[in-house]
Write a protein that binds this ligand. Sequence first.
Ligand SMILES: [Zn+2]
Ligand SMILES: [Zn+2]
Length: 353
Amino acid sequence: MIPKLMGAVRLNAPNNLEYCQVPVKEPDEYEVLCKVESVSICGTDPHIINGEYPGFWPKEFPLIPGHEWAGTIVKLGNKAYELGWSVGDRVCGISHKGCGYCPMCLKGRYNLCLNFGKEELGHRQYGHISQGAYAEYMATSIKSIAKIPDDMDFNVAACMDPFSIALHVVMRSRIEPGDSVLINGSGAQGLMAILCARSMGAGTIVVSGSGSRLGAAEKFGAIPIDYHKEDVVARIKEMTHGLGVQRVIECSGTEAGIRNSCEVVAKGGCISIVSLPKSDVQIPIRKIVLDEIDLVGNRANPNTITKAISLAGQYKKELKSMITHEFPLEQYEEALRVFTNREQNSLKVVMKP
Ligand SMILES: [Zn+2]
Ligand SMILES: [Zn+2]
């Protein structure tokens, strides 16, 4: 039996989270209602909770955050059924759902939907603008879910959203077999980018980061550089005989990381950026032009979730090792604290509704 009310963590105002009972939404024709089994905390979540994107994420309060989730379909609309979904399907979610009609959506670039934020036109961004998955149940469009294999556990499945973002970023850097790659940042995106770069045949992969996460980067097959202890640019130049790396994956979001990217990228290379710095950063545009550097921005994970799920089968051990903590949803305060303060070497923190 599906209850009428469910437990959810609701954001009532900036920094005002509350575990409360809210109505369970009825899925519309093209939606499914899922029992949320795992929801992972995204690096963006604390910023949304702190109210750092006023009027944008969320557009209005209250909001149930959470977009990295996995669960089981418990109810579905008629069209969802006719399109091949069933009660009992194990699925994971992504945050974006385009309007489906604008030129960007028609090109498959629904992450750039021209009707962004217009729920009345069918656009959704779950956990950012639309109700998310910090809850026992999640109603979502079938455009924003993918089936997961029987042997993928829900905690790993909840990380398929960030993993598919890493895949998008790395694919857009157009790594060719044997290319040298620098990944800036050894957080979840950086570590996942190592796995994606490996899958595309990267040669040497170097990761610039710090702390225990660098150890994980090394285990995943990258050469670690601790930017607290070493000059990243000098070290890369030395490793590449002054030529620089062919691909840079920028996941640090720091001014230094972005400037370093521009300095160490080889002629004809590419910098693929997923991090969102707090403010604009000055970059050496003359070098970008004269060296024909491709500078690529990336937003979310258009059309990469099923590829990511399939790729995850090759990296089960690595992905599982990234999930360091698990809490019941009611203990969201502790979970968020452990995640935000990186307590006990936390990386991916999962909550279980
Ligand atoms: Zn996320
Ligand atoms: Zn659209």
